[in-house]
Design a protein around this ligand. Structure first.
Ligand code: ADP
Ligand code: MG
Length: 212
């Protein structure tokens, strides 16, 4: 499903970041560990096609991402990948429901009201459907971000530091929620984190070191 080989990436400013080789099988859950600055976010952005022009190989579903045109890459991302960013990136002017509608809209997929109902209910957000996202607690906003990421039933979910700002109880909740929604959708899950609390939660682990 995901396969990385001899991968390195060079920001215009700064040294090349080299990544270890790894593969993640379809439906597998995996942690991406490493200190701050080790390249976790960069790697997720490469795997999700948000950063291009890498050297080496990044294959998702047997597709070498560098060979897709920018338009194909956008479509590929919208249809196959759900991103939960470090900051939740919800659109403050819109309701919960309208924020969710952005996912199919951006992927040029028909909006399915029933699927929105299903996902909101699964994440305990039914009552918040018409609320502005500015009226939500931090935990609720995070669940909306998770709902938006899984709405299109992506084959892969990437989560970037989903628990770093949370206390132990909410950390536990969020990681189990992510693992549950991933399992329900048979999605591959890759969680980037420097949160040591997650180490016992997911046994498959990829470790980045600054000097790779
Ligand atoms: P992590 O997510 O593990 O904290 P990052 O992927 O954010 O690591 O960063 C890896 C390295 O790349 C760091 O040295 C960081 O300073 C550098 N970096 C990240 N984003 C940029 C950028 N937009 N431009 C230049 N350098 C960057
Ligand atoms: Mg990061």
């Amino acid at each position: 499903m995901i396969s990385v080989h001899n991968l390195s990436f060079h920001y215009t400013a700064g040294n090349a970041i080299r990544f270890p080789d790894f593969t993640v099988a379809k439906g597998e859950h995996c942690l991406l560990l490493g200190e701050s600055g080790s390249g976790k976010t960069t790697l997720l952005h490469l795997l999700g096609g948000l950063l291009r022009h890498y050297t080496g190989s990044v294959q998702v579903d047997h597709t070498e991402l560098s060979q897709l045109s920018e338009t194909s890459l956008d479509r590929f991302r919208g249809q196959h990948i759900g991103f939960i960013f470090q900051r939740n990136h919800l659109i403050p002017a819109l309701t919960v429901e309208k924020n969710l509608m952005m996912a199919p809209y951006l992927a040029a997929i028909r909006i399915n009201e029933e699927r929105i109902t299903e996902v909101l209910s699964g994440l305990g957000l039914t009552e918040k459907r018409k609320s502005s996202v500015t009226q939500l607690s931090h935990g609720q906003a995070q669940r909306v971000a998770i709902a938006r990421a899984v709405l299109n039933k992506p084959s892969i979910i990437f989560a970037d530091e989903p628990t770093s700002a949370l206390d132990d109880k909410n950390c536990d909740r969020v990681i189990h929620l992510l693992m549950d929604v991933a399992s329900q959708n048979q999605s591959t899950l890759l969680v980037a984190t420097h949160d040591q609390r997650l180490k016992e939660k997911i046994s498959k682990q990829i470790r980045l070191t600054s000097g790779n």
